[in-house]
Ligand binder design. Structure first.
Ligand SMILES: Nc1ncnc2c1ncn2[C@@H]1O[C@H](COP(=O)(O)OP(=O)(O)O)[C@@H](O)[C@H]1O
Ligand SMILES: [Mg+2]
Length: 424
């Protein structure tokens, strides 16, 4: 089997690594990949937004499967494009179903139609009407969300009507997020613990491939600005077996049944952003891809061959598959550039990777290789992953190993895996 993975971050390095374990793989390419993926795949430097160039590559190399990592090519319709141009199987949903991630309003309407538990909501495309509504709203805090993609920055919490009005003004009139904030969603504030669940589905059947908690804030104790993610753990520490079952039955099953009922041809990974409330699980959002850095913590725990899972999705045989997991827990710590997520420098020499014990896996998120030396090349630079018996022991070992890695202004959270934040 000849496989292409699209993307160049830590998530894609973890996907490529996992795929490279499969006996079914004959040739593996990363487009464009990074120095990490270069360890077990051929990096092909093509633009991931130029689908015609990718189609040519796929055809001339007889590629069997394309796996897009990031959201952008999926939302831009890579599935549809390559399907028209070649016989390749793209393991991703078509553009028509990427609304599950790219429109928060459409996703919520889908949840509502299909009985998927989520916060009550209203939506507006008219500023005046939205203002009228919040002025008489009594339930606060209220959560205001830009309808479209906003790089994880489109969610604001209003504590009173006046604050809501000024947020609506920024979103809808000033267009803080451009077209993405032309329409807004206003929903009830939920309290509880957040977690993420990942499945592979063919739009009819599904398998659970992992669950994780991520750390979005920049600093220890969940303080500071939001980032792309400073770390993750898997499995979700507080998710007891019955909570897992309830999530499966009340959230995942109705979602997949909804896809089927609505004739949505969804193939690929599906990510459920969830919150466990006093009334059980509720969906915060869907993503039509794996999360980053959640993928880096969940994929190493997957015992079943990922290529086999993807083939089962292609052949509509997911129902016959039992997915097995490594019993151990995993922690992923993101090593970032000082100043991330606001402003940071690149091009710092990375040292010490060869000193780290072999049990530790290092995924590359923002690195560059020049003359055999590795340099920082982004905000999030490396993802350090370790599996072990329990969170406290893995935490201790992983931070000991991280001490061996150096680059100027290295910055990371020191509390990834700490169980304090997971007290229900
Ligand atoms: N209804 C809600 N109640 C409480 N917190 C929320 C609610 N919706 C979102 N949040 C918070 O905002 C974060 C981002 O919201 P989410 O819908 O995941 O959007 P995105 O990831 O696209 O920014 C969530 O992880 C959660 O912490
Ligand atoms: Mg989110």
């Amino acid at each position: 089997m000849k496989i292409v993975v699209i993307g160049k971050g830590g998530r894609e390095d973890a996907i490529v690594h996992k795929i490279s374990d499969s006996k079914k793989v004959e040739k593996l390419f990363a487009v464009p990949g990074n120095p990490g993926t270069g360890r077990y795949a051929n990096n092909i430097s093509l633009s991931i937004s130029d689908f015609s160039v990718i189609a040519d590559f796929v055809k001339s190399n007889n590629i069997d499967i394309v796996i897009p990592g990031p959201e952008l090519p999926i939302a831009k319709g890579i599935k549809d494009y390559l399907k028209k141009e070649s016989k390749v199987f793209v393991f991703a949903p078509p553009q028509s179903s990427s609304f599950l991630e790219s429109s928060k309003i459409k996703a919520k309407e889908f949840m509502k139609r299909n009985g998927v538990p989520t916060a009550d909501f209203v939506s507006f495309d008219d500023f005046e009407k939205a203002v009228q509504y919040v002025k008489t709203r009594t339930r606060f805090p209220a959560v205001i969300k830009a309808d479209g993609l906003a790089e994880g920055k489109g969610v604001a919490i209003a504590h009173a009507p006046a604050e809501a009005v000024s947020m609506l003004y920024e979103y809808m009139v000033e267009r803080k997020f451009g077209e993405s904030s032309k329409k807004v969603l206003i929903e009830d504030f939920l309290s509880g613990l957040e977690y993420s669940v990942f499945v592979v589905t063919d739009g009819n059947e599904f398998v659970w491939i992992g669950d994780a908690s991520d750390y979005k804030r920049a600093y220890d104790g969940d303080r500071g600005p939001n980032t792309g993610g400073m770390g993750s753990v898997s499995p979700v520490p507080f998710l007891m077996p019955d909570m897992r079952r309830i999530t499966l039955e009340t959230v995942i099953k109705p979602t997949i049944d909804g896809l089927k009922k609505e004739g949505i041809e969804y193939t690929g990974f599906l990510y459920f952003g969830l919150i466990w409330t006093s009334q059980g699980p509720k969906v915060l959002e869907y993503n039509v891809r794996l999360g980053d850095p959640e993928a880096q913590a969940i994929l190493p725990r997957l015992r079943t061959d990922l290529v086999e899972i993807i083939e089962a999705a292609r052949e509509h045989k997911l129902g016959n598959l039992t997915v097995e997991f490594d019993e151990r827990v995993s922690i992923c710590v993101v090593l970032a550039s000082g100043g991330y997520p606001v402003s940071y420098e690149k091009g710092k020499l990375i040292r010490g990777l060869n000193k780290v014990i072999p049990e530790v896996t290092i995924y590359h998120a923002g690195t560059k290789e020049v003359d055999g030396q590795l340099y920082t090349d982004g905000g999030r630079v490396l993802n350090v992953v370790l599996l072990g018996k329990d969170f406290p022991s893995v935490m201790e070992r992983i931070y000991r190993e991280i001490e061996k890695i150096h680059f100027e202004n290295i910055f990371f959270r020191r509390d990834i895996g700490s169980l304090e934040r997971f007290a229900l």
